[in-house]
Design a binder for this molecule. Structure first.
Ligand code: PLP
Length: 359
């Protein structure tokens, strides 16, 4: 039985994508092999790679002066790759701290440059985004980094920061492809695949041309954006299966109607859940309304003792991975692109029933 998987990551993938992967698992594109067994330098895989990039460019309307890299190592490796590619030792970069993931990015970057925390939401318990007018940006920042959607706290930026000529760098791991995006506002976008793109092990980096070539000499070549761009992300063997599956996800998104359609669907899913939580008098979500994530919805029960029961009964009803992150507790429902509206409806029905039985 296929369950409704509310995991924050690795997360649910679209069923048609999984079914296609299964159908061509042992004989991909007439090769008599799985896609995992073919050469990444062969014509067939190169065509796959080119199509995946073209489809992603189409979906996000990525301007021509941006390079798209399909890298290994997860979003976490980019926490280090970004300062090492974009800033000299001793340079300053601005970071906005809005939760666990931006906090980790700050800790890693601080090993390579001076971090100026331009704004910090820790005082509010990571329940919102400090207004940009109150940020303390440095005058000579190499870039400004923020996490557009804090996967653990369920906080999403309701705006794209204004940084004038300072390159804007964004961790979009848990919100990329959830709705249309103006890529031209960014210097660099990165995202681990396992939320809204494909399997873990693949990381997307979308970087503006003029930011290539600033890397420090000691940087390992595989982490060097300019070298990877020059080699078509094939400086060494890329995560081929992840690239393939991401390509299938991009095709699925296009077949569904593209990001405007997907975005409207995601908004409706999230709003139905928040509206129920707010009106329930039972469940609560602490995040400022303007900053509530469409992708990750944390919520609490009236008593923490009920959490284990909630998770167990939900799983029995086919609704799995609703436990909150171990750092923050509570519950969390992740509603990525692959979560159908029917899954959210099933969750709402379960939550109503649970509240009635455990008041
Ligand atoms: C999951 C996540 C990460 C970490 O991704 P890894 O691929 O595990 O390194 C970083 N940032 C955000 C916003 C995430 O959701």
């Amino acid at each position: 039985m296929r369950v409704y998987n509310f995991s924050a990551g690795p997360a649910a993938l679209p069923l048609p994508v999984l079914e296609q992967a299964r159908a061509e698992m042992t004989d991909w594109a007439g090769s008599g092999m799985s896609v995992m067994e073919v050469s990444h330098r062969g014509a067939a895989f190169r065509a796959l790679a080119a199509r995946a990039e073209a489809d992603l460019r189409d979906l996000l309307a990525i301007p021509d002066n941006y390079r798209v890299l399909f890298l290994a190592g997860g979003a976490t490796l980019q926490f280090s790759a970004i300062p090492l590619n974009l800033a000299a030792a001793g340079a300053t970069a601005d970071y906005v701290n809005t939760g666990t993931w931006s906090g980790k990015a700050i800790a890693d970057a601080a090993r390579y440059l001076q971090v100026n925390v331009a704004a910090d939401a820790v005082g509010g318990g990571y329940t919102g985004v400090p207004p940009e007018a109150l940020w303390h940006k440095s005058r000579d920042a190499a870039y400004l980094h923020y996490c557009a959607n804090e996967t653990i706290h369920g906080v999403e930026f309701p705006f794209i920061p204004q940084t004038a000529e300072v390159p804007l760098v964004a961790d979009l791991s848990s919100t990329i492809l959830s709705r249309p995006l103006d890529v031209s506002r960014f210097g660099l976008i990165y995202a681990g695949a396992q939320k809204n793109i494909g399997p873990s092990g693949l990381t997307l980096v979308i970087v503006r041309d003029d930011l290539l070539g600033r890397a420090r000499a000691e940087l390992p070549p595989v982490l060097n954006y300019a070298l990877q761009a020059k080699e078509g992300s094939m400086l060494n063997t890329p995560p081929t299966f992840g690239w393939y599956l991401a390509g299938l996800v991009f095709q699925w998104l296009k077949a569904e109607g593209g990001l405007a359609v997907i975005g409207a669907r995601n908004q409706a899913k999230a709003e139905s859940l928040y509206a129920y939580i707010d009106g329930s008098g039972y469940y609560t979500n602490p995040v400022a309304h303007s900053c509530r994530s469409w992708m990750n919805v944390p919520f609490r029960l009236p008593r923490a003792e009920l959490e284990a029961t909630f998770a167990r009964e939900a799983a029995e009803a086919g609704l799995v991975n609703l436990e909150g992150h171990r750092l923050v507790g509570g519950m969390r429902a992740s509603l990525y692109n692959a979560m159908p509206a029917a899954g959210v409806a099933a969750l709402l029905a379960f939550m109503r029933d649970f509240a009635a039985r455990h008041s």
